[in-house]
Write a protein that binds this ligand. Structure first.
Ligand code: EPS
Length: 388
C-alpha cells in the first residue's frame, strides 16, 4: 500500500497549481464546501495585497473521488490561477510568437531570488521567484483539506490562532478547546484576543503606510489525537521532528516550537514537565500541557501544540539594497505588488501541514484500505491501551 504522501506543482502566475495526495483510504466522505472553506480561509487576514482581490481559490478534484467518496486511488487537485490571464505571454509554458519576456535581475534580500538563480543557472530571476512564491501554499491547503477530511472522520480537529504580529502580542490563553475557535475566522487577524486584534490591525496599517512588511507568531492545535502517533524508536519517526520540518518548510517560517519550548528552556525541571495522574473516569491524565502533547516523539493524548515564527515578507514596497545581477552595479531590490503581512494566512497553511503530518502518522499506525478498517483498528488499539 502506498504510504500517505502528497506533492505540489505550479508557479505563482502560471496556469494553476496542482496537488496529488496518495494513500487515502477508500470510502472516506469528503465535503466539497469544507475543502473550499479552507481555501477561502487561507485568503483571509488584514494586510493581504491586491492579488487576493483577483483570486477566489476553489479546488477542482480530477481523480480519486466519486460522488464525494474516496476510491483509495491518488487524488489530484487543481487550483486555478485567475491572474494567469494577465500573465499569459510572460508565463506561457510554450514559446509565444514574437514575444520575449523581460528578465528580472534585481534579487530581493531574504527571497530565493539570488541563490536560486545561481544554483539553477538562470539569468531571469522570475524562473526562481515564481515557484518560490507563497502562492504554492494554496496547493498545500488543498491537499491539507483531504487530510483534514480524513482526520475529521477520526474525531480529530485542527485549529490555529495568531499570537503576535510585529510588536503586538495577544494575551496568553491556557487550556484552549475546539469551542474557543468558533469565531476565529471572523477576526481580521485571526487572533483570540479582541483588544490585541485592534492593535494588530492598527500596527499593520501604520507599518504598511511606512512601506514595511510585518512578521509574527501563531499556534496550531490538534484535539482528539490518540496517544502513540509517531515513535521514539527511530529519529525519522519522531513526530516532533516531522511536525517541525513540515511547518518550517512553509515559505518565510523561521522558527518552530512544540508546546511551551522556549519558556520551558528557562525553567527548572520541576516546572518543565506534566505530572501524571489516573482516575476511574479519565484514565491517565495531566493537569498541565507544557510538552504540547508530545513525549518521546509520540502524541500522549493531550492537545498537540505547534508554534511558529514567520519573518516579514521579503518583497518590500520600500526596497532593500541589492545588486543588479546583469551589471553587478548596486541597485534596489525588485519592487512588486505584495502583501504587508501573511501571518493569519500562514497559520491556516500550517494547519494544513499539521493535518498532512498527522494523517500520515495515522495511516502508518493503523493501515487499512477502507475508512471502516481504520476506525476499527483505532477502536481496538484504544481498548488495548485503555484510552478513554
Ligand atoms: C507572493 C507575492 C504575492 C502574494 C503571493 C505570494 O503575489 P503577487 O506577486 O501575484 O502579487 O499575493 O501569494 C499568493 C498569490 C497567495 O495566493 O497566497 C510571494 O512573492 O511570495
Amino acid at each position: 500500500m502506498t504510504a500517505f504522501r502528497f506533492t505540489t506543482a505550479g508557479e505563482s502566475h502560471g496556469p494553476g497549481l496542482t496537488a496529488i495526495v496518495e494513500g487515502v483510504p477508500a470510502g472516506l466522505q469528503l465535503d466539497r464546501e469544507a475543502l473550499d472553506r479552507d481555501m477561502a480561509r487561507r485568503q483571509l487576514g488584514h494586510g493581504r495585497g491586491g492579488r487576493m482581490r483577483i483570486e477566489t481559490d476553489t479546488v477542482e478534484v480530477r481523480s480519486g473521488l466519486r460522488h464525494g467518496r474516496t476510491l483509495g486511488s491518488p487524488i489530484a487537485l487543481l487550483v486555478a490561477n485567475r491572474d494567469y490571464k494577465n500573465w499569459e505571454d510572460r508565463m506561457n509554458p510554450w514559446p509565444v510568437k514574437d514575444f520575449e519576456p523581460e528578465e528580472v535581475h534585481l534579487p530581493r534580500p531574504g527571497h530565493a531570488d539570488l541563490v536560486g538563480s545561481q544554483k539553477y543557472g538562470f539569468t531571469d530571476i522570475r524562473n526562481v521567484l515564481e515557484r518560490a512564491s507563497a502562492r504554492e501554499t494554496a496547493a498545500r491547503v488543498a491537499a491539507g483539506g483531504v487530510a483534514r477530511g480524513f482526520l475529521t472522520a477520526l474525531g480529530v480537529e485542527v485549529h490555529s490562532h495568531v499570537s503576535r504580529i510585529a510588536s503586538v502580542v495577544a494575551a496568553e490563553r491556557e487550556n484552549l478547546t475546539p469551542a474557543d475557535f468558533a469565531g476565529i475566522d471572523d477576526d481580521p487577524v485571526r487572533t483570540l484576543d479582541p483588544d490585541a486584534s485592534k492593535e494588530m490591525v492598527a500596527e499593520i496599517n501604520r507599518l504598511r503606510k511606512a512601506n514595511e512588511s510585518l512578521g509574527g507568531t501563531f499556534e496550531v492545535l490538534a484535539f482528539g489525537l490518540v496517544p502513540g502517533l509517531g515513535s521514539h524508536v527511530s529519529w525519522e519517526d519522531r513526530l516532533d521532528g516531522r511536525l517541525a520540518g513540515a511547518v518550517a518548510s512553509i515559505q518565510s517560517i523561521k522558527g518552530v516550537a512544540i508546546g511551551e519550548a522556549w519558556d520551558v528552556a528557562t525553567r527548572p525541571g520541576s516546572e518543565a514537565h506534566d505530572e501524571i495522574f489516573w482516575s476511574e473516569v479519565d484514565g491517565y491524565f495531566r493537569e498541565t500541557n507544557r510538552a504540547g502533547g508530545l513525549e518521546g516523539g509520540m502524541t500522549n493524548g493531550q492537545p498537540l501544540s505547534v508554534r511558529a515564527a514567520i519573518k516579514p515578507i521579503s518583497t518590500l514596497t520600500k526596497p532593500l539594497r541589492s545588486v543588479d545581477t546583469e551589471t553587478h552595479q548596486p541597485a534596489q531590490a525588485l519592487r512588486e505588488r505584495t502583501d504587508s503581512t501573511v501571518v493569519p494566512a500562514a497559520a491556516v497553511v500550517a494547519e494544513a501541514m499539521v493535518c498532512l503530518v498527522l494523517a500520515r502518522a495515522y495511516r502508518e499506525k493503523f493501515g487499512g484500505d477502507h475508512i471502516d478498517d481504520v476506525l476499527g483498528a483505532i477502536d481496538a488499539y484504544k481498548a488495548r491501551i485503555d484510552a478513554r
